[in-house]
Ligand binder design. Structure first.
Ligand SMILES: [Zn+2]
Length: 423
């Protein structure tokens, strides 16, 4: 009779399981941590990174989602500089578009084939997409000049390209500026020859930007489209409301401007919430009431952990209702001008009447003369450098990592947090 033996194999199996678990725990706890004066650590799976890239020439935000999906929000390049503008970062030896591409390649160095799964333009202004001069180089195709987003798209593959105008760029008013025509030539060429998929951003949807790589692994992630072209999500399903009335009877000076049409979105990862509303206004004393886009947007967005200031914190933004509703722990400002932010906006950001509790303000590079208007500008947690929000796996907490922008050292200069996510 065959002797029944206790399966010895089970012991190695248990050991192996224990060992694997232990390795996983150690790997989690030993995630490389950022440290001051060292190069910023690479992105790690499960983490969400939001980089506000400092160029001194407009907005550029690189988002790396928990599964590695990438999104670029804006790639600005203002072409004319005056003493009211901030200095170029790292310096003026390269155009902003090229600095942005180099920054992205470094931030995506975990990926042997760095690419942008998504690129999104909040609206059609030079400081968000690139202005135009006759001296800018032509693309290889000869179809368009290289500036801002077109420079990025010439050098990095883009999957889906979201803006507020595709396909006719005629809404709510015709878009005829030369730099927009240049962009449209770029979109057409990239769509016809390079597989780029342009789409108009649709307010109310939460399936236009999704995780492309391992969506099932991170169900706590959501990219919620909030508003565009004055049409704003109601918070119920995908329903929206039109803020801008029919245009014919309006006087010319009351026609909506580009900022009113900005794209706004809310990003969620577990308990963490982030908001970006482009250059949407909230205060326009001499304009019709519907110019206040911030109020209806704030109603559906609710409290967030972090947000980028609307319109760089300029005079027409950050109204009391908006600030007190979003009540962010972290406010970031993409600066290119001495008026970013303005003194009244600054006061509202720190007002304990609008909402209680601590909050910190970060700017890419405040203008050297900003203190003339804002005496206590030193209250700013950081006024110089790339701003990187690093949200922990699951979105329970986050840090703010500041990276030197005066060179390409990618050296961490300051670290803030961890901050507990609100939800
Ligand atoms: Zn702007």
């Amino acid at each position: 009779m065959k002797r029944v033996t206790w399966p010895n194999k089970s012991h190695p199996n248990i050991s192996r399981i224990l060992l694997t678990t232990l390795v996983a725990i150690v790997a989690t706890t030993l995630r490389a941590e950022d440290a001051v004066n060292r190069e910023i650590e690479p992105w790690q799976p499960g983490t969400m990174d939001i980089h506000q890239i400092s160029t001194g020439r407009g907005n550029a935000g690189l988002y790396i989602f928990p599964d590695g999906t990438t999104l670029l929000v804006d790639a600005g390049e203002i072409e004319q500089k005056t003493p009211n503008h901030t200095p170029d970062r790292p310096d003026g030896s390269r155009p902003a578009g090229e600095w942005i591409v180099r920054y992205i390649r470094h931030a995506l160095r975990h990926d042997p084939k760095p690419a942008l799964d998504y690129a999104l333009l909040t609206h059609f202004h030079e400081d968000h997409m690139g202005g135009l001069t006759n001296s800018q180089p032509m693309s290889h195709s000869g179809a368009y000049r290289l500036t801002g987003i077109t420079w990025v798209g010439e050098n990095l593959p883009i999957g889906k390209l979201l803006d507020r105008g595709w396909p006719d760029y005629n809404h709510p008013m015709p878009l005829e500026s030369p730099f927009i025509k240049n962009y449209r030539a770029f979109v057409k060429w990239q769509a016809d020859h390079n597989g780029v998929k342009p789409e108009r951003f649709v307010p109310g949807r939460n399936d236009q930007v999704v995780l492309c790589r391992e969506p099932k692994k991170y169900p706590q992630f959501e990219f919620q489209n909030v508003g565009v072209n004055g049409e704003i999500w109601t918070g119920k399903g995908t329903a929206t409301e039109h803020r801008i009335p029919p245009l014919d009877p309006l006087l010319r000076k009351q026609l909506p401007d580009e900022n009113v049409c900005s794209i706004a979105f809310r990003l969620r990862y577990g308990g963490f919430r982030f908001f970006n509303g482009g250059d949407q206004p909230g205060i326009r004393p001499n304009k019709p009431v519907w110019y206040d886009i911030e109020t209806p947007v704030a109603k559906v967005v609710g409290p967030v952990d972090a947000a980028i200031l609307d319109h760089h914190g300029y005079v027409d933004t950050m109204n009391e209702f908006f600030v007190s509703t979003l009540r962010a722990r972290i406010w970031t400002i993409s600066v290119w001008n001495v008026h970013h932010p303005t003194p009244a906006v600054w006061e509202r950001l720190f007002s304990e009447k609008l909402y209680p509790g601590p909050r910190d303000v970060f700017a890419t590079d405040v203008h050297p003369k900003a203190h003339e208007d804002i005496k206590d500008i030193d209250r700013m947690a950081s006024g110089h450098g790339h701003i990187v929000l690093r949200i922990s796996p699951g979105g329970t907490e986050f840090r703010v990592v500041i990276v030197d922008d005066t060179s390409e050292s990618h050296r961490v200069t300051k670290i803030f947090g961890p901050f507990k996510s609100k939800m």
